[in-house]
Design a protein around this ligand. Structure first.
Ligand code: 5GP
Length: 234
């Protein structure tokens, strides 16, 4: 399989067409951005780490009955994926208060939630990915009710599977962001699942093992990404 034409470059990945019109290649970059790309940097080796972690987690989720766009890892930075039309929503699931939820509601980070908090954000950089609800989604015709039901059901499945997976590895899955796509009339999980898109805290010490090390200048960024890769693959 070969990259033919670059059709998109995002903050952390590039997307290419291939000789098969139903298959794209997503290439994971080392570029890191935060706060609407006002903070930019490079996390050396991040692309390789995120490709390998996403591969492992997509494989695990497929086994748990979550359909994903993953086809295969082609090399250190490239993953073959099914062509999808991305639903312009960022779905976040939260098990512990942190980040955006702490800020929005004036809460301390670290409060353990009795049940997961499920959110939609409109994927639109120029509006800073605002928090929206089902009515907004309907008004903007971003997804149908049926699609939203599927997205919700799959998101809870992902949370159950990943919480358990990370817990066995002594990490708390604090929160994460998912993106979904339409593929031949079906909703499937797309994008990536990595320390860029999840918050992971070491149990007990609450050491941050994710992109917050970059966002908040906590140091040991590259080392921590490598550590998470080792933990995930162990
Ligand atoms: P928050 O809303 O607290 O900033 O983010 C919640 C979770 O979703 C975090 O794990 C965060 O990494 C992820 N997330 C939310 N929006 C984005 C985004 O635009 N890009 C990335 N990489 N992750 C995001």
């Amino acid at each position: 399989m070969k990259k033919i034409k670059q059709i998109y470059e995002g903050k952390a990945k590039k997307l290419f067409t291939t000789e098969n019109e139903d298959i794209y290649i997503q290439e994971f970059k080392d570029d890191a951005t935060a706060f609407d790309a006002t903070k930019r940097g490079t996390i050396h080796g991040k692309g390789v780490v995120n490709n390998k972690i996403s591969t492992k987690l997509f494989q695990l989720l497929e086994k748990e009955g979550v359909p994903t766009h993953f086809i295969e890892m082609l090399n250190d930075r490239d993953m073959a994926v099914k062509r999808v039309e991305i639903v312009p929503l960022e779905v976040t699931m939260r098990n512990i208060v942190a980040g955006g939820m702490a800020k929005l509601l004036g809460l301390e980070e670290g409060i353990i939630l009795d049940e997961p908090v499920y959110e939609y954000h409109y994927k639109e950089d120029s509006l800073h990915d605002p928090l929206i609800n089902n009515s907004h989604i309907k008004a903007l015709k971003l997804a149908t009710d049926e699609e939203l039901n599927t997205i919700k059901e799959l998101s809870y499945k992902v949370n159950d599977a990943l919480k358990e997976f990370f817990s066995q590895k002594n990490l708390d899955l604090v929160d994460f962001k998912l993106e979904f796509g339409r593929c031949k009339g079906k909703i499937i999980l797309a994008d990536e699942i990595s320390p860029d898109t999840c918050r992971l805290w070491e149990k007990g010490s609450k050491r941050k093992m994710d992109k917050d090390r970059f966002r908040r200048d906590l140091g040991n960024i590259e080392e921590t990404y490598q550590e998470v890769l080792k933990i995930v693959l162990d």
